[in-house]
Design a protein around this ligand. Structure first.
Ligand SMILES: [Zn+2]
Length: 279
């Protein structure tokens, strides 16, 4: 079986850090022109010229989607496997991997995406089919107030799959990707293969806390390291430097010194400490 390399893929913290990097600077701007490059994962859904003179009213995030609110409709932006966004007053000439330039009165938002699994999709509203198709199935936001312990417990009780895969599925809680699922399970002492429904309440409470902690810490760190992330282009990101288990197969556990183990779950690499993660 081919194991996916632990390459850098934008996860929720990077998307949130990206949002914070340009949301206030683009808000209020009017669209002057829009250039789309090679086809992305999904088509834009309307002619780019139709967006000229629309005003950007804000930038929100839902899971790993950025929602660029316009006075009419919104743009849903996903960074896919290798995408990054840069907002700057002036951009240089576009390179072969720059597939969107959104030129506004306050700067140019550029999408750089070598593998083109990213997407920019227009929807007339958040409740229109175009948006519902992408956002409708997403679970609760792990960094928001709605991520409460009781519904999280109830959500896990209904699932008989391994906890790691339930976290990645995104319908109980959204945006906990491969790296942060591995890290949160380590912090809460849970084996990635344990069935979600088998976890007892105190253990789920620890996991709930750990998910918030690893994501919030990554967002906080990203704020000062955004440049590293944007220029990462497939290399390990700043956030992996301090990982407890992710990407550390064979290296000593930072808590007990046992070698960290790697296995494959649902074609994704999972890393865990066999000594610290017994539940
Ligand atoms: Zn350990």
């Amino acid at each position: 079986m081919r194991v996916q390399n632990p390459i850098h893929m934008p996860e929720l913290p990077e998307v949130e850090v990206t949002r914070l990097s340009f949301a206030s600077r683009i808000t209020g701007a009017r669209i002057v022109s829009m250039r789309m490059g090679k086809p992305l994962r999904w088509p834009l859904g309307l002619a780019p010229e139709a967006l000229v003179s629309c005003q950007v009213t804000g930038v929100r995030r839902r899971g790993k989607y950025l929602l660029l609110d316009l006075d009419t409709g919104l743009l849903l932006i996903h960074l896919g496997m290798s995408g990054s966004l840069n907002f700057s007053e002036l951009q240089g000439p576009e390179g072969p991997h720059d597939h969107m330039d959104l030129v506004t009165t306050q700067g140019v938002l550029r999408l750089h995406d070598p593998r083109r699994f990213g997407a920019v999709v227009w929807s007339p509203s958040e409740h229109a089919p175009q948006a519902v198709k992408l956002l409708g199935h997403l679970g609760v936001e792990p960094l928001g107030d709605a991520f409460e312990l009781a519904p999280f417990q109830a959500g896990l009780k209904r699932r008989n799959s391994p906890i790691k895969q339930v976290l990645l599925a995104g319908d109980v809680v959204v945006g906990v990707g491969n790296i942060y699922a591995s890290e949160a399970l380590f912090l809460s002492g849970i084996r990635p293969t344990t069935k979600a429904a088998k976890l007892n309440k105190p253990r789920v409470a620890q996991l709930h806390q750990a998910i918030r902690e690893v994501l919030a810490r990554a967002v906080a760190k990203g704020g000062s390291s955004l440049r590293d992330f944007v220029s990462a282009e497939g290399k390990n990101g700043y956030f992996q430097l301090e990982a407890s288990v992710y990407g550390r197969a064979g290296l000593p556990c930072r808590v007990c010194a046992s070698p960290v183990k790697q296995m494959v779950q649902g074609q994704r690499s999972t890393f865990f400490c066999p000594t610290c993660q017994k539940y």
